[in-house]
Design a protein around this ligand. Sequence first.
Ligand code: NAP
Length: 268
Amino acid sequence: MDLQLIDKVAFVTGASKGIGRAVASNLASEGCDVIITARGQEELERTAAEIAADTGRRVFGLAGDMSKDDDVMRCVATANELLGDIDILVTCAGSSPGGLLEELTEDQWMQSLNLKFMGYVRTVRAVIPQMRKRGSGAIVLVVGNDGLKPSYWEMTAGAANAADINFASALAEQYGRYGVRVNTVNPGPVNTDRWDTLEKAFARDMGTDQATARKRANASIPLGRITEPDEVAALVTFLASDISASVHGAHIPIDGAQRKSLMDRDTP
Ligand SMILES: NC(=O)c1ccc[n+]([C@@H]2O[C@H](COP(=O)([O-])OP(=O)(O)OC[C@H]3O[C@@H](n4cnc5c(N)ncnc54)[C@H](OP(=O)(O)O)[C@@H]3O)[C@@H](O)[C@H]2O)c1
């Protein structure tokens, strides 16, 4: 299938590893030139060089913290200088601490909302004017199925994700008329470093070990396994492509039909 992505310019936040890296790599394999962002310069540059070598496309790593508006603006401006207007925006820079209400601090809540929600708002706000002017663009927010179902132990993620989903629906209403499509992809557990960290924290909070935490994760998913980053990247790439031209304002789970809360203390 020809995804018609040759020579498109993509901007992927949170992409030195994990889902963002898989997305950047997929888009470059399909012919996009790609900007990736993350805070850690070394891993970012290594990832950009590896994807460029694997795909033959131009791939630049721009260090920046997506919880800071100045960094977002600087990265977008530099991206425009390097590659021109951005055709595709994918936001992946997010992390939210797990925990229950009486254990979570004010700082943890604000951290989660400032990156996972406001980081996505900031990035879209910085990029979308150029898409509106050109009359085309595809935006995919990588959010999380905790925004669509009860989250229990993952409260801060659930709240930020629900806000992202609502935000994306509003964007779809506002920008569809300008040819800018906006969709969200909502993974359940995905096999990345972030998931490893969450599993360890869950095991600690539940007084169990990580192998048991993984068993419970798998048991909460009808398909019986967590998702791989490449599977999420394939869905994002489809939504970034004009072959999905009528998919707009959609919130697509990719979670093996995990419909219940993973870490409910009362679940055996
Ligand atoms: N893995 C899952 O199970 C899962 C499930 C549902 C949703 N998600 C969502 O999917 C997205 C990607 O998750 P992942 O599992 O791929 O995470 P990951 O493996 O931890 O990778 C996160 C990436 O984002 C970057 N990053 C983190 N904070 C950042 C910041 N403030 N500014 C810029 N970049 C930042 C990291 O690099 P630096 O640390 O160097 O900045 C890294 O490149 C997140 O929004 C996450 O909430 C993940």
